[in-house]
Design a protein around this ligand. Sequence first.
Ligand SMILES: [Zn+2]
Ligand SMILES: [Zn+2]
Length: 145
Amino acid sequence: MINKDYRISANEIYRTRDWLELTQEKFAQKLGVSISTVNRWENAVCRPEGLSLVALNSELDKMVRHKGRVSNQVMAAIKKGTLIKKDNCENCNSTKNVIAHHNDYSKPLDVIWLCDKCHIALHKSLRNGTHKSDTIGKERNITWR
Ligand SMILES: [Zn+2]
Ligand SMILES: [Zn+2]
């Protein structure tokens, strides 16, 4: 999915760190670099190289793969007519980058439509244990076909 020449942008670095829900300090520790290095990357002062670039790409790849896996399953269901795509985020009503989040990958039609921002926020709350995944959607009486 990501080739060797792939160059990660400042924004992607920030989004990856945000997705992992790490502070610049923790993120720097994870990658074995200094905080100022992470800071410089995110401000596009310099670009990651060598081992840091490899490590960053692998984290970015995991994030992209999660999203990719969701959309492939959902696309198939939409094609079959068993799922209807929603254009608005079910949390904030935004129409920007609305994707399907799976509560459970074994139930491909049990999805919630969220914008990129809310999707990341949801994953954060899931990781924090402040949200039980099986109650998402049901709380708001959303019914899935
Ligand atoms: Zn939203
Ligand atoms: Zn998700």
